[in-house]
Design a protein around this ligand. Structure first.
Ligand code: MN
Ligand code: MN
Length: 286
């Protein structure tokens, strides 16, 4: 793996396989340049890694498996040119493409939600039949935000452009968006608003397809994760998330990301502790 732009970190505990033997490759991409409200997700990868060391067991009692049972390589964090949006996205794309070319699954820790666009681009090249599952409070279907087509508020619209076909994006836990975005979703995506239980019943529609899973942590209730850039009341809680993962388990998940944790916005650090556990459980089904 080309490590020129990767900064090694104290590795995620339980993810100590080397690149060659790994099935999953963990990468931090702390880009937060288009965060429209409260930036700070650039600090998420480092904060989560520290938490795996201090507070996190590698064993999941929900899935009765240990992270070490699956070979996962922690590649470190990308050294991103923060003032250069396109340069940052290009570096994320190149890294993901390399992981897909090696026949492995990327799992990226954001950063904000725009990082999903280059990841989906690389995933789609490797898996043309790709479906996307988005767990998020927001639709992220704006055509532009502040005049820009590239933003964490437009990312799913751009992913829809890339897919070039309707009903291939499954959006769940959604509870915010403009009237135009909701109309776009009704016409072009598969929308499961407010919670994830309806999506959990519909996973048969994803069977046989490669699935990219993108998890925006603001899908969770702000009382669980206040440390996020755009908190939105009325979110899901951890038990519902585990039910969703159990429903998605067994699908062909080819890559994933977890985005929008802004650790410094929560002085209690509970947001980071919860996100670290959320990521551990996600890794159980990838
Ligand atoms: Mn989002
Ligand atoms: Mn969101």
């Amino acid at each position: 793996m080309n490590t020129t732009h990767l900064r090694p970190r104290a590795p995620y505990e339980g993810c100590r396989a080397d690149f060659e033997s790994a099935e999953i490759v963990l990468v931090g991409a702390g880009y937060d340049g288009t965060s429209s409200y409260r930036p700070g997700s650039r600090f998420a990868p480092g904060a989560i890694r520290a938490e795996t060391f201090y507070s996190q067991e590698d064993y999941s009692p929900y899935f009765r498996r240990d992270l070490k049972e699956k070979p996962i390589h922690d590649a470190g964090d990308l050294d991103l040119p923060f003032g250069d949006r396109d340069g940052a996205l290009a570096l994320i794309y190149q890294t993901a493409r390399e992981i897909f070319h090696a026949g492995k699954k990327p799992c990226f820790i954001g950063g904000e939600h725009l990082i999903t666009l280059p990841l989906v681009q690389a995933a789609l090249e490797a898996h043309p039949d790709l479906r996307i599952v988005q767990i998020d409070a927001h639709l992220d279907l704006m055509d532009e935000l502040f005049g820009s087509p590239l933003s964490h508020g437009t990312v799913m619209r751009r992913c829809h452009d890339l897919l070039g076909e309707d009903r291939r994006i499954f959006q769940a836990a959604i509870r915010s968006g403009s009237k135009e975005e909701f109309e776009f979703a009704e016409a072009h995506t598969r929308l499961f608003p407010f919670h994830t239980r309806e999506l959990a019943k519909e996973t048969a529609a994803l069977k046989g397809f490669p699935v990219y899973l993108t998890l925006d942590l603001d899908a969770f209730d702000p009382s669980l994760i206040p440390g996020t850039g755009t908190p939105e009341a009325g979110g899901i809680f951890f038990p519902e998330y585990i039910e969703l993962l159990k429903a998605l388990e067994g699908l062909n998940i080819v890559g994933c990301d977890m985005v929008e944790l802004a650790p410094q916005l929560d002085p209690s650090n509970v947001s980071t502790i919860a996100a670290t556990k959320i990521l551990r459980e996600l890794l159980m089904i990838v």
